[in-house]
Design a protein around this ligand. Structure first.
Ligand code: RB5
Length: 151
């Protein structure tokens, strides 16, 4: 599985921890930046990772900012992206199983590194269940299509 990861300056340190953890778990992970904790803007990295996942170059993406909120909102503006912001593993797991999320976001000011690892592990291990959930995800896609048409 190919993973894309990005953050802003606030999420930079936690991103390093998560990249190391993903490598330990055996995942192939590409870092979309930033490469320092110099002040930057989360939409830049939310967009980069989201576009890479939406293009099919990566299976899933992980985004980290202070809260996970701004960077997940940014990612969700890219067509085909279903980004979830989570601060506990239960929602992370269910977001894959029911909502087929393709980006996980969390906040370095909200979760500690051990909880973040647990969230990441549960999210990556979970699989979309399809069935009744597929219809609902299709309904989400229909909203996206309709909104884009209307402009
Ligand atoms: C940066 O100060 C902060 O706003 C950002 O990391 C994030 O929390 C935004 O949602």
């Amino acid at each position: 599985m190919k993973l894309a990861i990005g953050s802003d300056h606030v999420g930079f340190e936690l991103k390093k921890v998560i990249i190391e953890y993903l490598a330990e778990l055996g995942y192939d992970v590409a870092d979309f930046g930033p490469d320092s904790d110099k002040r930057t803007d989360y939409p830049l990295y939310g967009q980069k990772v989201a576009q890479a996942v939406a293009a099919g170059d990566f299976d899933l993406g992980i985004l980290i900012c202070g809260t996970g909120v701004g960077i997940s909102i940014s990612a969700n503006k890219v067509k085909g992206i279903r980004a979830v912001v989570c601060s506990e593993p239960y929602s992370a797991k269910l977001s894959r199983e029911h909502n087929n999320t393709n980006i996980l976001a969390f906040g370095s000011r909200v979760v500690g590194s051990e909880l973040a690892k647990m969230i990441v592990k549960e999210w990556l291990a979970a699989e979309f269940e399809g069935g009744r959930h597929a219809k609902r995800v299709e309904m989400i896609k229909a909203i996206e299509e309709k909104t884009n048409e209307e402009g």
